[in-house]
Design a protein around this ligand. Sequence first.
Ligand code: UDP
Length: 326
Amino acid sequence: MKALITGGAGFIGSHLAEELIAQGHQVVALDNLSTGRMENIRHLQGNPNFQLVIASILEERVVDKFVERCDVVFHLAAAVGVELIINHPLESLTTNIRGSEIVLETAYRYHKKLLLTSTSEIYGKNTSGPLKEDEDRILGSPLKSRWSYSTSKAVDEILAYTYWKEKGLPTVIIRLFNTVGPRQTGAYGMVIPRFVQQALKGEPITVYGNGKQSRCFLYVKDAVRSLIALMNLTESAGEAFNLGSQEEVTIEELAKQVISLTQSGSKLVYIPYDQAYEAGFEDMARRVPDTSKAKKYVGFAPTKSLKEILESVIAYYRTEAGVPVR
Ligand code: UDP
């Protein structure tokens, strides 16, 4: 199989490329290196089964050329990260809506199965326990960047679903809950790489709000294996799947675990949301997925505990990312 990965030099895209190649497939990674990074895919360059194309998904002719040449499309390219979205709301919207429209139109032109990665942000402020795929979305004002992001990804989902329903293009929607692992950068707000880097440098650990909010963190390799399995499964067309861990941890507890595993002398510092993001920022108190659907379709089951995930990220930042250790 020859797969096109939009966002192929990103954190998840690069792990997906690696796994596809390991399974004997060919990969074309399309990335404009806005948040994707050469370091993520440097080890794949020179591999005859890997090709990097540096371009944006907004460049229709480039998208056309490479969709035509591939068998399937993994559409991962998007503006992600709460901080990035808040700082660049307009660009985020354009990338997510117009970009997805172009990729989907092109996949339809050549009738190529498309997998769209969406997000748990779709559910908004719905904190009612493990969220199933058909759960209600509860959102704040569209004038708040976080909710406009949620809406932009919902538009992507509707587009993908409508191409299936109305035009018969096989599309599958994956809602990724917090996904973490080596190569994830803290530059766009993601909590684990930030805490690990702060702990390794002996800096204060920045806990936003009161730290009682909880999240579940999935190891990136577990996510990408299921992306491939769901792409390969005919019955996934026209369906949406949650992928995420169910091991819940509060952010405060996470910070303490990072300190303990790195044996760091860092202390926790609590930063109000208004200061961390923007005035009026709303966080999600809790976000836990129900993943029984992905389990039923492709046997999805996370293989790594939070502790093991943290150890892999700490090892990454200690060695490859070259952070001086105190
Ligand atoms: N967070 C934090 N300190 C940081 C970065 C994030 O306390 O330096 C919190 C953030 O407010 C949220 C949680 O960690 O409650 C997860 O944030 P992330 O941006 O990783 O993912 P989200 O679940 O918000 O999309």
